[in-house]
Design a protein around this ligand. Structure first.
Ligand SMILES: *Cc1c(COP(=O)(O)O)cnc(C)c1O
Length: 374
């Protein structure tokens, strides 16, 4: 039996009648751009997260860019974020003309280390951009404290954290503004690209509303020049069908993580995810550290078990950022994680026997080869 890394087909099968009806309704009405589904989804997602405003946009990357622009971030400014994230986080900073300032991650949580932030703040620093990576909330208490003391904006990258909680409050409600992706494999995924900006700040909401739709509130009246970055209405229809299931899917991801945790405790050398006290993660990814990662990954692959690496090369070591002149030593925790981390199969429908198969395969390869994590 093979174990896929994610399984979007099973989820569609469980939703098929409802989903097909929702899609057909859009087609029958030719309601393709900013129609009912678009505004209804915005209302429902804002209420789910617990914020006043949600603006549907084209992708998570665009959500980040528009949020940064709405905070007036541009040339001459610096934005602090982490090297251990997907490049979309920093692409969004660069396209505004601002510079990226990285701070290393916490060796337990793999998220922004609040203790590293203050040393990276300069007179040009405008904002902090923490990422709730793998669906584990970043340590927002201290991060918000630092932002307040230094008068910085906070933009949360929630692309992997739909529904995650920090001290009882949802990720996306802490900063000035937060950004979600609805890329198909995310915890709440469309059937194509999609994203959202959420905020309680009316000025930011107004600005994003203008920017995503050619600077226009009233058709053919353009208050500013903007972009064409709306959420596709067909995708909004898909997301509306899925949103009511998100909490149940996240709970199943947490159950699967619990099972992995218990069983992997018997496998020497495997480091399971650390959960920051007071947080409720949503396990977009279940990431472990293993010895001889590439060998372990190949062994699992040969048994039909798909895995991923998120992410093999931290951003400060990417060719795209050679201009910053960083070395591996600069953000040592991120550098060290790159060759050790392995993302195991994780999706709400993963079965008991699939989890056991992954654990057995890991046990076999690690114990047989006498590997140790160095
Ligand atoms: C997926 C992702 C994004 C970008 O979202 P897209 O919808 O693919 O543009 C941004 N940040 C993180 C951490 C992500 O995982």
């Amino acid at each position: 039996m093979t174990v896929p890394f994610v399984d979007l087909k099973t989820q569609y099968q469980t939703l098929k009648p409802q989903m097909d009806r929702a899609i057909a309704s859009v087609l029958e009405r030719s309601a393709y751009v900013m129609a009912t589904e678009h505004s209804e989804f915005e209302r429902e997602f804002a209420s789910y997260i617990g914020v006043k405003q949600c603006l549907g946009v084209s992708t998570g990357t665009d959500a980040l860019e528009l949020a940064l622009r709405a905070c007036d971030i541009g040339p001459g400014d610096e934005v602090i974020t982490v090297p251990n994230t997907f490049i979309a986080t920093t692409e969004a900073i660069s396209v505004t003309g601002a510079a990226i300032r990285w701070v290393d991650v916490d060796p337990r949580t793999y998220n922004m280390n609040p203790d590293k932030i203050e040393a990276a703040i300069t007179p040009r620093t405008k904002a902090l951009l923490p990422v709730h990576l793998y669906g584990q909330p970043a340590d927002m208490g201290p991060i918000m404290g630092i932002a307040r003391r230094h008068g910085l904006r906070v933009i949360e990258d929630c692309a992997q954290a739909h529904g995650a909680k920090y001290q009882g409050q949802k990720a996306g409600t802490f900063g000035d503004v937060a950004c979600f992706s609805f890329y198909p494999g995310k915890n709440l995924g469309a059937y194509g690209d999609g994203g959202a900006v959420v905020t309680n700040d009316e000025a930011i909401a107004t600005r994003v509303r203008l920017l995503r739709n050619h600077g226009s509130r009233e058709k053919y009246i353009h208050e500013i020049e903007g972009y064409c970055r709306r959420l596709d209405n067909l995708q909004a229809a898909v997301l509306r069908v899925k949103l009511p299931y998100l909490d149940a899917w996240n709970a199943r991801r947490r159950d699967a993580a619990e099972r992995y945790n218990e069983r992997l405790a018997q496998v020497p050398g495997v480091v399971t995810p650390y959960v920051l006290p007071g947080t409720e993660p949503v396990y977009h990814l279940y990431v472990v550290q293993v010895p001889d990662r590439d060998q372990v990954r190949a062994a699992l692959q040969s048994e039909g078990i798909e895995t991923g690496i998120h992410y093999p090369v931290p951003l400060h070591q990417q060719p795209a950022y050679a201009r910053y002149g960083h070395t591996a030593q600069d953000f040592l925790v991120s550098t060290t994680l790159g060759p050790r981390i392995l993302s195991l199969p994780m999706f709400p429908e993963i079965s008991e026997s699939q989890i056991q198969q992954v654990v057995d395969a890991l046990h076999k390869v690690i114990v047989k080869a006498g590997m140790v994590l160095i």
